[in-house]
Structure formats: structure tokens, C-alpha cells
Write a protein of this length. Structure first.
Length: 415
């Protein structure tokens, strides 16, 4: 507990220039109270009737900023006072006051406070000075907060503008990719040439908006068609452009020669001329099918080996041949081989996106599963075989992302 002499010392410190008689009178009516840390002496918005002088310890004066935030306006130390504004104006507290540490205060109630204020010009002057200082400090704090908010608002505006620009650019890119995808899909065949005694089906699903896979059945003349399956490395727009160029080159050269190797080499040389990217290449299976005899001459330039399912139900034959991919290195040689499609035989060419498809457990679809699936469905139409393959791959992959394009070309000898 503070003694009366201690109280008078604190009051003299709070009200400099006040007479000893006035100090004694205030000390007589002041009630000394001690509070623990974190105790609220004044609550913002409450109508209260006490004036405080800090005798020992420290209090913090705070003001709400929104529902959950608050700011510290100032602190009061021994010899300083607070709570006068609410008593003078007879209005609710404009701030809250909380003890920072264990704090002793002198409490003077409203009726006593008003008597002293009316009878002591010195005390009134001290209060006016305190009020002026508090207003100045509050204004400075408000200006500092406003300046900080302006800086934060300016930064938020710049961030928003940058985010909007980024969003616009992203939307533009997305739209451009969609257009590129539409253009690319328009290059793939929607129907195949009529070939008496044969049926064909094909489908492509890119991993992204655009891809690099290509399939086609090219009418060479009345007796021959070309069977094409190709895969451009990478999945960028550049890969899609190379795919379009590859198809154009095959369409052009396929009608100039019945030799698959000559056609593929001509495409290879054409790709070397137009591509400046040393990392870009094209894997290809290309065969020339003689419709009357069923003879199929073909080359394989790094492409997955097509599967030939015989009508007798025997294990499928893989169409192999030596050859490096097209469009990357000069000096290419391609081995040309041949086989024969008999009535009921089914040929399935596919891209590596099928055996390499993975599920959520990072397990691969694999070639064995593909062979077993086609074996069970070999008697179906070419379109149904194509659909079954895609359905099974999608079911296997589940929620796992697609890492590669998926492409299938199916041909059956019906006669």
C-alpha cells in the first residue's frame, strides 16, 4: 500500500503547480487500488465514472480496429493520469485501459472530480494540457495508421493489377491453346478412305490441350493405302506444329512411292529442313497395304511395335523392324519388312501413352494388359476395339494425371 505522503508525491507529479492544500485535499479523497497484470480498468464504449492516477506500474490505452484487431494509443506510467475525457463529456469511454504489470492507481470518483475541476484552475489547466497531448498523440497514431494502410492499399492494388494481368495473360494462353488444339484435331482424320474388304478405326486423346501424336489411313491409289502412326517428342505447341508438318509430308510423299522406306526417308529429310530444334524428333510406323493381296510392307522408326492378331486366335505377332526416329540426325537407314493380312486378322498400332499410362499408385498399364484386352475383344468391330482400349486405359488410370498422349489405329481384313 502507498502511504499518504506517497500519494501526495504522485499527485504533485501529475498536477505540477498545484498548491499543497489542493494536493492534500486530492490525497484525502483518492482511493488507492492495486490490480494484477491484464486487468481492464476502463472498457471502450462503457459509461464509467472514475478518474485514475497511476501510482505504480504501467497501463496501456488501446482502441479497437475492427472486430478482432486493436491498436495501442499510448501507455501511462507513474505520475500520469487517464479517464478524464469521459467524465468531462459524460460520454462512454473512447478507449480501453489495461494494466501491463501489477499496477497501483489512485481512483477519484466523478462527483469529487467535478468539484475539484470547478474550484481549481491549476488542475483544470493540467487536464487541458493532458487532453491536448492525448489528442495530438491520437492524431499522430491515426495518421501513422492511415499512412500504413495507404501503403498496404497501394501494394494490394499493384498486386491485384499484376494478378489481373497475369489472369488475362493466362486466359489468353488457355484460349490460344484451345484454338491450337482445335486446329490440331481438325488435322486428324474424321473418316477413312473406303477400302473394299477392310475396316479402320482410330482415336487420339492428348495429355494436354495440344499433343504430338498422329494417325492416318492414306489413300495412295485404288489398290494401296498407307497406314500411319507417329509420335512427336515433347507435348508443346512446337510439337503440334511438327506433327502437322509430318502429316503433310507423309500425304505428299506417300503418293509418290509404294516403298515405305523411301517415303519415310523423304519425310525425314523434309523434317531436317524445317526443324531447327535438335531435341525434336518423330517416331513412326508406316506401312503400305496392298488391298487385293493383303500384303503389308512397313518400316518402324522407333515407334512401338504394332500388334497383329491372327484370325486363328494364336498369340499376336509384333511388327518389328530396325530403324531410328525421323527428323533429328542425318544418315538414317530404315529396314523394310513385310507381312500379310489374312481374312479376320486384326492389326493394332498404338502410341507409347498406352503401355506407359500410370495409375495413382504409379503402376504401369503395360503391354501384357493391352494384349490380353485385345485378345478378349478381337472379334469386335474396329471401332469397338478402339473404344474398349481407351475405356480400359482410362479406368486403369483413374484420378492419376495423364503424362502422354494416347493414340490407337485399328485395321481389320474382313474379306
Amino acid at each position: 500500500m502507498q502511504g499518504k505522503s506517497d500519494s501526495t508525491t504522485i499527485i504533485k507529479q501529475a498536477f505540477r503547480g498545484v498548491s499543497d492544500a489542493e494536493v492534500e485535499a486530492l490525497a484525502d479523497v483518492a482511493v488507492e487500488q492495486t490490480y494484477p497484470p491484464g486487468h481492464t480498468l476502463c472498457s471502450e464504449g462503457a459509461l464509467e465514472h472514475v478518474f485514475y492516477i497511476v501510482a505504480d506500474g504501467q497501463v496501456a490505452i488501446t482502441q479497437r480496429l475492427g472486430e478482432h484487431d486493436k491498436r495501442v494509443l499510448t501507455v501511462r506510467n507513474p505520475g500520469e493520469f487517464f479517464g478524464e475525457m469521459a467524465l468531462i463529456e459524460n460520454k462512454p469511454r473512447t478507449a480501453s485501459v489495461t494494466t501491463v504489470v501489477e499496477t497501483t492507481v489512485l481512483e477519484i470518483y466523478e462527483d469529487v472530480f467535478n468539484d475539484f475541476l470547478g474550484n481549481s484552475p491549476t488542475i483544470a489547466l493540467a487536464l487541458i494540457r493532458s487532453i491536448t497531448a492525448s489528442l495530438r498523440a491520437s492524431d499522430q497514431a491515426a495518421i501513422a495508421d492511415l499512412s500504413l494502410k495507404n501503403i498496404e492499399l497501394a501494394k494490394a492494388y499493384e498486386d491485384l493489377k499484376a494478378a489481373q494481368q497475369s489472369l488475362v495473360a493466362k486466359e489468353r494462353l488457355e484460349r490460344e491453346l484451345e484454338i491450337a488444339g482445335e486446329v490440331q484435331r481438325s488435322l486428324l482424320p474424321t473418316k477413312f478412305p473406303e477400302a473394299k474388304g477392310y475396316s479402320f478405326a482410330g482415336r487420339n486423346v492428348p495429355a494436354r490441350h495440344v499433343g504430338g501424336d498422329l494417325y492416318d489411313v492414306i489413300k495412295i491409289d485404288d489398290e494401296h493405302v498407307g497406314l500411319l502412326m507417329a509420335d512427336v517428342s515433347d507435348k508443346s505447341i512446337h510439337a503440334a506444329l511438327i506433327m502437322a508438318v509430318t502429316r503433310t509430308l507423309f500425304l505428299s510423299h506417300a503418293r509418290r512411292s509404294l516403298s515405305p522406306s523411301e517415303v519415310a526417308l523423304a519425310v525425314h529429310n523434309g523434317l531436317l529442313e524445317v526443324s531447327s530444334n535438335d531435341d525434336m524428333f518423330v517416331t513412326v510406323f508406316y506401312g503400305v497395304l496392298h488391298l487385293h493381296s493383303g500384303n503389308l510392307r512397313y518400316v518402324r522408326a522407333g515407334q512401338d511395335r504394332p500388334l497383329l492378331f491372327r484370325a486363328d486366335g494364336s498369340a499376336p505377332q509384333t511388327l518389328d523392324a530396325e530403324g531410328r526416329f525421323l527428323g533429328m540426325l542425318p544418315g538414317l537407314t530404315l529396314e523394310e519388312r513385310s507381312t500379310r493380312l489374312a481374312p479376320g486378322d486384326l492389326l493394332v498400332a498404338y502410341s507409347d501413352g498406352i503401355p506407359d499410362a500410370v495409375d495413382t499408385e504409379i503402376g504401369s498399364y503395360g503391354l501384357e494388359r493391352l494384349i490380353e484386352l485385345i485378345s478378349r475383344n478381337r472379334s469386335r468391330s474396329t471401332g469397338e476395339v478402339c473404344d474398349v482400349i481407351f475405356s480400359d486405359v482410362f479406368a486403369f488410370r483413374g484420378a492419376a494425371p495423364a503424362f502422354d498422349d494416347i493414340t490407337v489405329l485399328v485395321a481389320r481384313c474382313e474379306k
